[in-house]
Design a protein around this ligand. Structure first.
Ligand code: SAM
Length: 258
């Protein structure tokens, strides 16, 4: 297949391996008539498979070069099933492109991947699932469990709001141009309600402070926010480091008023 010149600034690595494309599509599991929003469709590597499965696909692409190519899919027998939007996923309110809950998918630009996931999780009720291809290291951080090296703010927030699944690795050779690092597919299924009754903003702030200084004990990293006495009163060791705390522990800390 002939690919356009890749723009590094837009994180362009085009997926060309048909076997991997089919596996990603199977993970998304598109249903006839189901709404799917794809971010960064590029030349439509995944888009066509989603349309073939009968889904109603809305694509959001920043690179204007691809817009006519994507519009062309209307003439390939998918008329009425694809809506093409030229825009920026970091600025546009993609959560409200469709009224009913829908599936969000994307082989996302590495530099904006986490921001898009966090943005999507701010309105979890809008998404049936979020299936994303990103660098392996980021998918590992999204799906990490407590007491591992990857357990950090991203995993705490993602597991607070969703069920996360690490699906499979995608080697550099499956893309053009080949990225320097391994990629992986991850999936988040937003929960109907957060796992604990705590404001997301507060949890986000506490984890930012705690993991921002990962090597420090909580008594130091949370100084000014939560006192040693307050931590002890809820049974959390002020000498602990953040990677040893569970999601429940962070939610307990987040309930404490500053
Ligand atoms: N989905 C295609 C594929 O699998 O071959 C392309 C994936 S490529 C890694 C990322 C795509 O996201 C590119 O098409 C790029 O132009 C687009 N993109 C980059 N930044 C974007 C943004 N802020 N909003 C929407 N699309 C963006």
């Amino acid at each position: 297949m002939h690919f356009p010149e890749a723009k590094k600034s837009l994180g362009q690595n085009f997926l060309h391996d048909m076997n991997v494309k089919r596996r990603i599509c199977a993970a998304i599991n598109p249903q006839e008539g189901e709404h799917i929003v794809e971010i960064g469709p590029g030349v439509g590597a995944l888009t066509e498979l989603l349309l073939e499965a009968g889904a109603q696909v809305t694509v959001l692409e920043k690179d204007s070069r691809f817009i006519p190519l994507l519009e062309e899919l209307n003439n390939k027998g998918y008329k009425g099933s694809i809506k093409v939007i030229e825009g920026d996923a970091l600025k546009d309110d993609f959560a409200h492109f469709i009224d009913e809950p829908f599936k969000l998918v994307g082989n996302l630009p590495y530099n904006i991947g986490t921001e898009i996931v966090i943005k999507a999780l701010e309105t979890p009720e809008k998404f049936k699932s979020i299936t994303i291809l990103l660098q392996k290291e980021v998918i590992e951080r999204i799906c990490a469990k407590p007491k591992t090296k990857d357990w950090g703010r991203l995993a705490v927030l993602c597991s607070f709001l969703s069920e996360t699944k690490y699906l499979f690795d995608v080697p550099p050779g499956c893309f053009h141009p080949a990225p320097k690092v391994m990629s992986a597919l991850g999936q988040l299924i937003p929960l109907e309600a957060p796992r604990y009754d705590v404001p997301l903003k507060r949890l986000s702030h506490i984890t930012k402070q705690a993991f921002g200084q990962r090597r420090k004990m909580l008594r130091a990293s949370l100084k000014g926010l939560i006192s040693i006495e307050q931590m002890e009163a809820v049974g959390i060791d002020p000498q602990a480091r953040p990677e040893t705390l569970s999601l429940e522990d962070f939610c307990t800390l987040s309930r404490i008023e500053s």
